[in-house]
Design a protein around this ligand. Structure first.
Ligand SMILES: Cc1cc2nc3c(=O)[nH]c(=O)nc-3n(C[C@H](O)[C@H](O)[C@H](O)COP(=O)(O)OP(=O)(O)OC[C@H]3O[C@@H](n4cnc5c(N)ncnc54)[C@H](O)[C@@H]3O)c2cc1C
Length: 384
C-alpha cells in the first residue's frame, strides 16, 4: 500500500482545491440560506471532468483512479458539502454501476452524457417503508411489450428534479424479497416520473432531495441493468463503492471545521491570550487533528482495498462508519471552540455542523455499517 500520490492525484487535488476556493466557497453560505441549486457551477465541474471521474475516456469520462476521485470529493466538501453530494451521487451510484454492470450499448448511451456533465445522475433505492431494510422495497415492475413499467414511491432521492438518469431498483414480487429485485436505468424526463416538493432539510440545503412517485414510468427493455433478479446484489456492491465517497465527504467537512477552529482559536483572545494558548483548547485541537488523520488513513486504505478483486463491504463500511462519526464529533467541537459565535450563521462552523449530520445516516446509517462489519466478523470468528 503506497500513500504517496502520483502526479495525476496531486494535480487533481490542486486543481479541485483551487476551483473549490475560487468558484464554490464564495457562494456556499448564500446557497445554504436560499437553497438555490448551483447549476452553473455543476456545468463548470462537468467541463473539468468531475462528473465522470472514473469513467474511461472512451465513454467521455476522465478515466481516473479511485484515490483521485476521493481527493476531489474531499476538496469539494471542504468548500460546500451540498455540491460534493450532488457530484458523488452522479459519479458513484449512477455512473459506477452502469460502468460495472452495463452492456456496451448502455455504457455508450448513458455514460457519455453523464460523464461530460451534460446531464446529472442519481440512485433510487429507498422507499417510504424500506430504508435500512432495502430488500423490503415494493416498487413493482412488469413487462409491457418492448418496455418495463414501474409503479411505486421512492423516498429521499438526491438529485430528483435536476438529474435525468437514475439507477432505479424495483421488484417483480415483494414476496421474493432480495431475489425479486432488478435494476433499471430510468430516464426521469417522462410523465410517469413525478418529482414531489423538495425536502426541507437541516443541511445540504442546496442539494436537491425529494420523494419521487413512479406512475407507470416506462423503461425500454434494453435498459435493465445486469440480469433480471440481480438488482439487490448490484445495489449492495454499488454502496460498497459509494460509501467511500461519503467517507471522503465527511473528511472534507471535518477538515474545514478544523481549519475554521484553528483560525478562530488564533484570533480570539480570552483571559489575555489567544484561545489556542489555553491548554484545554490546544489539546482539543490536537485530538481533532489526530482523529481526522486516522479517518483519512482508514479511507485511503479502504480505497486501495477496493482496487483488489472481490467484495469490499467490511473495509468500506469501516471507512464510512469511522469518518462520519469522526466528522460529527469534530464539527461539534468546532462549534464549542467558537463559543456563542459558533451558534451564529455568521460563522461557517454553523453550516458545517448541520451539513455533517446526515453523513451517519445516508448510504446506510452507522448502525447498518456495524451490521455489515459484524456480519463479516462472524465469518472471521467461525474460521478461528
Ligand atoms: C439527505 C438524504 C439524501 C438521501 N439520498 C438518497 C438517494 O439518493 N437514494 C436513495 O435511495 N436513498 C437516499 N437517502 C435515504 C437514506 O439512504 C436512508 O435515509 C437511510 O438508508 C436510512 O433509512 P431510513 O431513513 O428509512 O431509516 P430507518 O431504516 O427507518 O432507520 C431508523 C433508525 O433505526 C436504525 N435501524 C434500522 N434497522 C436497524 C437494525 N436492524 N439494527 C439497529 N438499528 C437499526 C437506523 O440505523 C436508524 O437509526 C437519502 C437520505 C437523506 C437524509
Amino acid at each position: 500500500m503506497d500513500f504517496g500520490w502520483n502526479e495525476q492525484q496531486e494535480m487533481v487535488r490542486d486543481m479541485v482545491r483551487s476551483f473549490a476556493e475560487d468558484r464554490i466557497l464564495p457562494g456556499a453560505a448564500e446557497r445554504d440560506r436560499t437553497g438555490a441549486f448551483p447549476a452553473g457551477i455543476l456545468g463548470e465541474m462537468g467541463e473539468l471532468g468531475l462528473l465522470g471521474m472514473m469513467v474511461p475516456e472512451e465513454y467521455g469520462g476522465a478515466g481516473m483512479d479511485v484515490l483521485s476521485y476521493l481527493l476531489a470529493v474531499e476538496e469539494l466538501a471542504r468548500a460546500d458539502a451540498s455540491i460534493a453530494v450532488t457530484m458523488t451521487v452522479t459519479n458513484s451510484v449512477c455512473c459506477w454501476p452502469i460502468l460495472q454492470y452495463g452492456t456496451e450499448e448502455q455504457k455508450r448511451k448513458y455514460l457519455t452524457p453523464l460523464a461530460s456533465g451534460e446531464v446529472l445522475g442519481g440512485f433510487m433505492l429507498t422507499e417510504p417503508q424500506a430504508g435500512s431494510d432495502a430488500a423490503a422495497l415494493r416498487t413493482r415492475f412488469v413487462e409491457d411489450g418492448d418496455h418495463w413499467v414501474l409503479e411505486g414511491s421512492k423516498a429521499w432521492i438526491t438529485n430528483a428534479g435536476v438529474a435525468k438518469y437514475f439507477v432505479c431498483l424495483a421488484t417483480e414480487d415483494p414476496a421474493l424479497k432480495a431475489q425479486g429485485i432488478s435494476a433499471f436505468i430510468l430516464d426521469a424526463d417522462q410523465p410517469g416520473v413525478v418529482v414531489n416538493r423538495p425536502e426541507e432539510k437541516m443541511g445540504l440545503r442546496s442539494s436537491k432531495t425529494a420523494m419521487v412517485t413512479l406512475e407507470g414510468a416506462r423503461v425500454p427493455r434494453d435498459a435493465m441493468l445486469g440480469a433480471q433478479g440481480s438488482g439487490f446484489r448490484l445495489a449492495l456492491a454499488t454502496l460498497d463503492h459509494s460509501r467511500l465517497g461519503i467517507a471522503a465527504q465527511a473528511v472534507g467537512i471535518a477538515q474545514a471545521a478544523l481549519e475554521e477552529s484553528l483560525r478562530y482559536a488564533r484570533d480570539r483572545q480570552q483571559f489575555g491570550r489567544p484561545l489556542y494558548r489555553h491548554q484545554g483548547i490546544a489539546f482539543r485541537l490536537a485530538e481533532m487533528d489526530t482523529e481526522l488523520a486516522a479517518a483519512r488513513a482508514l479511507l485511503w486504505s479502504a480505497a486501495w482495498e477496493s482496487t483488489r478483486p472481490g467484495r469490499h463491504s467490511r473495509t468500506s463500511a469501516r471507512a464510512k462508519l469511522h469518518a462520519s462519526e469522526m466528522c460529527n464529533r469534530i464539527v461539534a467541537w468546532a462549534v464549542q471552540i467558537h463559543g456563542g459565535y459558533g451558534f451564529s450563521k455568521e460563522y461557517t462552523v454553523e453550516r458545517l455542523y448541520r451539513d455533517a449530520r446526515v453523513t451517519t445516516v445516508y448510504e446506510g446509517t452507522s448502525e447498518v455499517q456495524k451490521i455489515v462489519i459484524s456480519r463479516a466478523l462472524r465469518e472471521v470468528a467461525e474460521g478461528l
